[in-house]
Design a protein around this ligand. Sequence first.
Ligand SMILES: [Zn+2]
Length: 101
Amino acid sequence: MRWDRSGFLTLRLSIGARRRVPEEIARRCRFSDCNHDREPGCAIREALEDGALPVERWQSYVKLQRELHALELRRNHLLRQERVREYKIRERQNRRKPKKR
Ligand SMILES: [Zn+2]
């Protein structure tokens, strides 16, 4: 039932595919750490090839994941900076305290 790439049928197919989110499809990849690139048995690539997963949907998913990953890295970086700062403050305070014993 995939005879048109731009007609109503395609629209119906993409609405149906919206429920099958990329995560669900990725769960069927042969490898759990699949990069969905050149791995054999990649369910994402199969879904893209047979139209079950619209390319635009996959691309926006990949973009979102990349943004989330970048956010996570940024957050981790800030957390680390915060920890380093706290550590330095504590060290300075410890040094100032005269040792009582
Ligand atoms: Zn894959």
